[in-house]
Design a binder for this molecule. Sequence first.
Ligand SMILES: C[S@@+](CC[C@H](N)C(=O)[O-])C[C@H]1O[C@@H](n2cnc3c(N)ncnc32)[C@H](O)[C@@H]1O
Length: 383
Amino acid sequence: MAGCVPVPSEEPSTTSNPVSSNVHENVKKYYGRYLESSEGLQTSAASCSFPCRPTPKSVVDALTLVHPEVTQRFFGCGLPVPEKVESCKILDLGSGSGRDCFALSKLVGEEGHVTGIDMTKELIDVSCKYIEYHQKKFGYIKPNTTFVHGYMEKLSEAGIQNDSMDIVVSNCVICLCPDKRAVLQEAHNVLKEGGEVYLSDMYASKVIPDRFKQDPILWGEGMGGSLFWPDFIALAQEVGFSTPCLVSASHIVIHNCELKAKTGDISYASGTYRLFKIPKTRVMSKAAVTYKGTVADFPDEIEFDSSHIFKRDVAVEVDWEMAAFLRCSRFSPDFSIQILDKPQPSPSSTAQYCHLNPFLLADKRGSSVRQCSKTDRSGGCST
Ligand SMILES: C[S@@+](CC[C@H](N)C(=O)[O-])C[C@H]1O[C@@H](n2cnc3c(N)ncnc32)[C@H](O)[C@@H]1O
């Protein structure tokens, strides 16, 4: 299936919960009508972000080829582009105008396929308008992108089959969803076993108070709906994913004084995590793994996440979960894996997850996503 799934004359049916429907409608207005470009974001992570680890040249080149009208309406807060995507089937949750989809379309090649789903008609229209442009730009005989107007809480209703995707990506979207469990559960359902979710999103340093959720600007900017990061880890595990791996993180600095005052002592970070769907029957033993240097763009070493850099031909001992990711995923041909006879319980408390804290990683890497509002581009808040 390639092309633009016809946009229904009526809106796709939303969740039966009236609170969710109201939030959906506000977010659609925010991104569909109110914001003309990423410059318009009150708290723009998109226009000022820089990644805290080097971006491979192939990814930079693919991004450069994306049409300017698409790029202009990019509202993401990270770069959810994993390694080794050639020939993969990828789903982008909340694809917006399609920037990440078109870059991935180049990277998966003609044998791969990218589907974007978004509930905002104006943005789906932009992505549909440029399907043929990118097909020709990349020299493909037929397009390898499809854009669907629908809700990511209801992927099967939108025509996305269970167990059909190699990778699910998302860029600054889950923070806008009232029902985050439904989104993660649906993502888990549509992934093939061994597949992964690779997502960039905003996270909070504390649980967000309920009053933030009523403020349409705070919600529209992702600050009203960001998850406290340990709650994200717990939710991912509850729906059946492995423990998320933290790939990269940046602080989000709010330079708009009004918003800063509203958020008080809550801080925000942009974090990119990868979550695998591993088989239910697992070998829970440590392993010695050796990277073969075979993943394109990474001949000498591969930074799998912020805690694991695998150098070519160097054996490293890893815990049972990392061993399972490497054994069960598309990376399995790229590693030799020797199971060690050392059974190991999985971690169970938040304290054991401090290496997954995006705020600590952003501190360590000294990186920040500056929040540059139109009203206050230069300075900080005087208070
Ligand atoms: C911050 S923008 C990011 C868009 C895109 N990922 C990008 O990087 O440019 C959030 C997008 O998520 C979409 N979105 C939010 N909630 C959604 C939902 N429940 N189902 C489908 N799309 C949703 C919005 O319509 C909007 O396009």
